[in-house]
Design a protein around this ligand. Structure first.
Ligand code: FAD
Length: 352
């Protein structure tokens, strides 16, 4: 069954399987299901697939993926994306799965925070250590301004051109956006708490050039408090490293303090858990609710190791269990990708 296309306002997308989480294990789950002729929808709260590999260490080399002596973390994700192409998974990115309920007919209703709804025969939770959330600015009274004048990601960069901007942070996002906005903003102040930056050295050098050219004001310090004018944020008071206070005018403020994982809704779905992980068996990697499976860092069983290759194995066995769940009583056959004409057809290869 091919997955449905774009969701219609009220219509739930009907599918054999929804995978919650597009980290390396969720992506490989698409492949293992695809080999068995089962198509899937895959949802992630992040706007890019890849989970921890993409968010936390994209440029780092991984040395323990079988048959790949060394593989960059983002390269691994890119390779997985290539590998699952024949199965045309439908991605729903930038959406957290907020609700999961078992229905009386044994199927599952899922809903994302963006309102996308699914009617799924099975669910695989591949939620890793949780959905990544931006670290917030943490100033008193900031909440009403979040999403209005205080942002943790840039959406539609053009709307900020010609504005008085402030950027907090010292990583790649902070520096990349400072460099991008500096020539286009009315004013731009970059604030970072220490002299060392986590961003690429070339970006730091470029930022310093922009500072020398008067296009960017840099303060080594911390956000101290909000400067508010009625319901409007007019800037931020910054405490510099030497203890001096600076009132910086800003119409829009960006804080790029990185992301932290939050298990979030997964813990509220009534599944048996142990220390923020979902209990599964090691035959099917099924949770305490039949039809809901959990693979990768999010699951727990005796001897569990939070490694990508463990998650890959779990995805393979979960796929067979899902096939059995969808076709109760039907005999299962193990087929090799090397020799199976059916699998070759699914993979779109000739097998020669
Ligand atoms: C610095 C570092 C180095 C590492 N090096 C290695 C290594 O060398 N070898 C190795 O094997 N492992 C390594 N790991 C561990 C490896 O990255 C993890 O085991 C792997 O990422 C787990 O994959 P996953 O798909 O289970 O989860 P994740 O990669 O955590 O992905 C889970 C995804 O689920 C999404 N999600 C969660 N909840 C929801 C929700 N409710 N709705 C929508 N989306 C949701 C998250 O946004 C995330 O994208 C390393 C980890 C780190 C941090």
């Amino acid at each position: 069954m091919e997955p449905s296309t774009t969701p219609v306002a009220d219509a739930a997308i009907r599918t054999d399987c929804v995978i919650v989480g597009a980290g390396p294990c969720g992506l490989f789950q698409v492949f293992e299901l695809g080999l068995l002729g089962i198509s899937a929808h895959i949802v992630d709260s992040l706007t890019n697939p890849g989970g921890q590999c993409t968010e936390l260490y994209p440029d780092k080399p991984i040395y323990d993926i079988p048959a790949l002596p060394v593989c960059g973390a983002q390269e691994l994700v890119d390779r997985l994306m290539e590998q699952i192409k024949p199965f045309h998974p439908q991605f729903h990115l930038g959406q957290e799965v907020s609700q999961l309920q078992r229905r009386d007919d044994g199927r599952f209703s899922l809903q994302t925070a963006a309102g996308t709804r699914f009617d799924a025969a099975t669910v695989v939770i591949a939620a890793g250590v949780g959905s990544f959330q931006p670290r917030r600015i943490g100033l008193e009274g900031a909440e009403p301004f979040e999403g209005q004048q205080i942002h943790y990601r840039v959406r539609d960069a053009q709307q900020y051109h010609g504005k008085a901007l402030m950027i907090f942070g010292g990583g790649d996002s902070a520096l990349d956006w400072a460099i991008e906005f500096a020539p286009k903003a009315r004013s731009l102040t970059l604030v970072h708490r220490r002299a060392e930056f986590r961003a690429a050295p070339a970006s730091v050098a470029r930022m310093r050039e922009l500072g020398a050219a008067g296009k960017l004001n840099y303060i080594e310090g911390l956000a101290d408090s909000l400067l508010v004018d009625g319901a409007r944020l007019r800037g931020i008071r910054v405490k510099a490293k030497d203890g001096s206070l600076h009132d910086v005018a800003a119409e829009q403020v960006f804080a790029f303090f990185g992301l932290h994982p939050k298990l979030g809704p997964v813990a509220e779905w009534g599944l048996a858990m142990e220390k923020k992980t979902l209990n599964v068996d090691t035959e099917k990697f099924q949770t305490s609710v039949p039809g809901i499976f959990a693979i990768g860092d999010v699951n727990h069983y005796p001897g569990k190791k939070k490694l990508i290759l463990s998650g890959f194995h779990e995805a393979a066995l979960a796929a067979f269990a899902i096939q059995a769940h969808l076709n109760p009583g039907k005999k299962q056959f193990l087929q090799y990708t090397t020799t199976s004409p059916v699998m070759h057809k699914r993979l779109g290869v000739t097998g020669e």
